[in-house]
Design a protein around this ligand. Structure first.
Ligand SMILES: [Zn+2]
Length: 394
């Protein structure tokens, strides 16, 4: 299918290019009898015959590359890339790079654009080579080049390289979403720590996690992983110390460490300590998961009825579907006959509603899902996904 928009685009570019070329030639020759070079007409005829590839060739041929026309070449190349015409954009940028008449900064700009073409085409090795050159020669496009390099290393899961490139950006934001560089660097270190944990490299994992906290003191992911590491090693007290930092780091991620906190307290046989801790949290940061955990503790210390009473009270204060589901579950344990059948039906309905609703969402782009992604799949921002709150969530 022929893209009419693309033809329009190239036509406009040829017209603009022709105007610039004509103005320049006009100045040189002081005559206007040869405005339309043969390549221009050739380009036009290709357009009329809907041959976009040849039209781009004709454009490249017809418009001399110099300081006056550089912007036109770059603008057309970038527009073509945005429209997904990567091969044509590449042709235009490569044509610019082959012109020694351009100044060094102009050549660097063309090189950056060509690297962007390669990124879009998925030719990451080629893009990486061009971008590294721009960084090495300290080009004025170094920051942009480093931003793209971070993205490439991130996509390739080359975390050490990603940290190194991001370090050179210091406090500047880079590429796509990404978010705060310090936050991103902490996540890169956490990725390295997860790899080390998979290899049972305890020392390596600890080193990466402390580095992550060095980048970002508020890194919940680093605290969670440190807690997991210590608890795996049987250091439950140490794990608790780390995990209990999470509510202060980011209360919105508090529920993510809750299961592990409970496991550590339970393994230590410290049910009173757990109840006290849950109570303190509940007073400051009420959520469905906390209420359900607290109800479990009441159930363990007293009985199902006391737990159901507690859940009922909490539901009246802050109704959520999750708490309702747990309350119905508790009542089901002590009901029979018709009442039990009705409760089962209610439980089914409530659980269907819960299943249909996402549990997490991205604060930045609105992406929703049923698990916590540290890197938002929608906008590629680190740490922007949180648990959903309200009746349908926490
Ligand atoms: Zn997002």
């Amino acid at each position: 299918m022929v893209d009419i928009g693309l033809f329009g685009l190239i036509l406009v570019a040829i017209a603009a290019g022709f105007f610039l070329g004509w103005r320049q030639r006009g100045r040189r020759l002081q005559q206007d009898s040869h405005h339309f070079g043969p390549s221009y007409f050739k380009g036009l005829s290709y357009l009329l015959n809907e041959q976009a590839d040849s039209a781009v060739d004709a454009f490249v041929e017809s418009l001399e590359v110099n300081s006056d026309t550089l912007e036109t070449h770059l603008a057309l190349g970038n527009l073509l890339r945005r429209k997904g015409e990567i091969a044509k954009a590449t042709k235009i940028h490569q044509n610019l790079l082959a012109r020694p008449s351009l100044t060094t900064p102009q050549l660097h700009e063309a090189q950056l654009e060509l690297a962007r073409d390669f990124v879009h085409a998925g030719l990451l090795d080629r893009a990486e080579g061009l971008l590294k050159e721009l960084v090495d020669v300290n080009s004025q496009y170094k920051v942009e080049a480093l931003g793209h390099l971070v993205e490439i290393f991130q996509d390739e899961r080359e975390w050490e390289n990603a940290i190194e490139a991001a370090n050179q950006l210091s406090h500047r934001r880079f590429g796509r979403g990404s978010g705060e560089p310090a936050v991103a660097r902490a996540h890169f270190s956490c990725e390295l720590a997860e790899d080390a944990m998979e290899r049972n490299d305890v020392l390596g994992a600890r080193r990466h996690l402390h580095k992550a906290l060095g980048f970002d003191r508020q890194s919940v992911r680093a605290s969670l992983l440190l807690g997991e590491l210590e608890s795996r090693l049987g250091n439950d007290r140490e794990a608790l110390k780390v995990l209990q930092r999470i509510p202060h780091q980011d209360p919105e991620l508090l529920v993510e460490g809750l299961d592990l906190v409970c496991t550590c307290y339970e393994r230590l046989g410290d049910h009173r300590g757990l109840q006290r801790y849950l109570q303190e949290l509940l007073a400051q940061y009420p959520s469905s998961s906390l209420v359900i955990k607290m109800a479990e503790q009441i159930r363990w210390a007293q009985d199902d009825y006391a737990a159901a009473d507690f859940l009922g009270d909490q539901l009246r204060q802050r109704p959520t579907i999750k708490m309702l589901s747990r309350l119905v579950e508790l009542h089901l344990l002590h009901s029979e006959g018709r009442a039990r059948e009705n409760l089962q039906l209610l439980k089914q309905l409530v659980d269907q509603v819960l299943e249909a609703k996402p549990s997490h969402h991205c604060r930045k782009c609105g992406f929703t899902g049923n698990q916590l992604h540290w890197l938002c799949p929608g906008c590629k921002t680190w740490g922007s996904i949180k648990a959903i709150t309200g009746v349908e969530g926490e």
